[in-house]
Design a protein around this ligand. Structure first.
Ligand SMILES: Cc1cc2nc3c(=O)[nH]c(=O)nc-3n(C[C@H](O)[C@H](O)[C@H](O)COP(=O)(O)OP(=O)(O)OC[C@H]3O[C@@H](n4cnc5c(N)ncnc54)[C@H](O)[C@@H]3O)c2cc1C
Length: 338
């Protein structure tokens, strides 16, 4: 019998496979689609420390892994520049741990194309970006994991020492008792404009959009790709199940981007797409034992590429009954069980 069967071969499932295989477990993944083609391919791949234990720990793990990643994974330690529009946001920037504060002059030296009149910013130098579909496939190769193209309809029928459900935004289809809602996002990518932007640029108000429960929101988030392209985000929508582009929200998202980075108006957007984040009520993922031999690694909202590596360490420690690298309680699924 296989030691561990993982349902879902996105970056979270792949990271779990990698971690468990490193510990000597045999691992099989079940997924009807190409590994890494779900939210993992739709996202931005921004590896961002959001001032919580899991994202900070995970960004450090990415740095440890980076020297081994293939070139095509495009790991780039470009840092995040958090933009403060006014004095109130500058106060917020000052409260961020481990950042280098920029006054207005330093902000425009760092990113000359930002709109005039901003108050300053904060640079998180450890943040990076990665091309997540390639990282996913690399993690699976390293794990020497068998991947079977199969859609699972019942988790209880799988024979294995442990079963991990890593199905992201689709989780409630298999486990309707869990409060995981798909949260749609749009992204756009431009033609190549090398050197136009140096950091991942994010407005400080982004956290309000990500952590809030608003039915529809947009926030400025622009990523320079190593190719010179600019990836433009991002939107959040609940209660939409279709993958089609929604022109009004795309328009809102691009308008916000043009406001903060006016030079984008002169850039060609060559492609737009959508994807679904797996959103939990408290915006914290579900990592740990659910029942019987079933474990969860899901609900990572807009941070699952970043936190995949930390998630895998926490879950592998639980399955293998080893000490956890972080206190596991905040992530335990039982917080939503009545
Ligand atoms: C627009 C957008 C921007 C984002 N930007 C970032 C970012 O900058 N940084 C960051 O860290 N995160 C970002 N994210 C979030 C990140 O992409 C996700 O949290 C992460 O990819 C989740 O990985 P996953 O493996 O859980 O899910 P997925 O990649 O969706 O993988 C789940 C897999 O499960 C499979 N599956 C589903 N149902 C079944 C079934 N019944 N049987 C078998 N297999 C099944 C699917 O086919 C899929 O391959 C973004 C997401 C979006 C949508």
């Amino acid at each position: 019998m296989t030691d561990v069967v993982i349902v879902g071969a996105g970056i979270v499932g792949a990271a779990c496979a990698y971690e468990l295989a490193q510990a000597g477990a045999t691992v099989e993944l079940l997924d009807p689609n190409i590994p890494g083609s779900g939210a993992t391919a739709a996202g931005m791949g921004h590896l961002v420390d959001l001032d919580d234990d899991l994202s900070r720990y995970s960004v450090n793990l990415w740095h440890q892994l980076a020297p081994q990643l293939p070139k095509q994974a495009e790991f780039w330690n470009c840092g995040t520049l958090w933009i403060a529009a006014n004095d109130a946001e500058m106060e917020e920037a000052r409260r961020k741990p481990g950042v280098e504060l920029l006054d207005a002059k330093q902000l425009y030296e760092a990113e000359p194309h930002l709109r005039p009149g901003l108050a300053g910013g904060a640079v998180a130098k450890g943040d990076a970006v990665v091309y997540a579909p390639v990282a996913t496939r690399w993690l699976l190769e390293q794990a020497k994991a068998k991947v079977t193209r199969r859609a699972v309809t019942s988790l209880d029928e799988i024979q294995a020492g442990a079963v991990i459900c890593a199905t992201g935004a689709m989780t409630a289809k298999l486990l309707p008792e869990l409060p995981i809602r798909p949260r749609k996002g749009h992204l756009a990518i431009t033609d190549r404009y090398p050197g136009l932007v140096q950091h991942q640029l994010v407005e400080l108000g982004y956290m309000t959009s990500a952590q809030g429960e608003s039915n529809e929101s947009v926030a400025f988030n622009v990523q320079p790709r190593p190719t010179g392209q600019l990836l433009i985000g991002s939107s959040r929508q609940y209660n939409v199940e279709t993958t089609e582009i929604d022109p009004p929200i795309l328009d809102r998202m691009l308008t916000r981007a043009f406001e903060l980075l006016p030079v984008l108006r002169d850039c060609n957007v060559i492609r737009t797409w959508t994807g679904f984040r797996a959103s939990t009520p408290d915006k914290i993922p579900l990592i740990g034992h659910l029942r019987g031999n079933l474990y969860l690694a899901t609900g990572h909202e807009g941070l699952g590429v970043t936190t995949s590596l930390g998630t895998a360490k926490i879950l592998a420690a639980e399955i293998l009954r080893r000490p956890s690298p972080l206190p596991p309680a905040p992530y335990r699924p039982e917080r939503f069980q009545t």
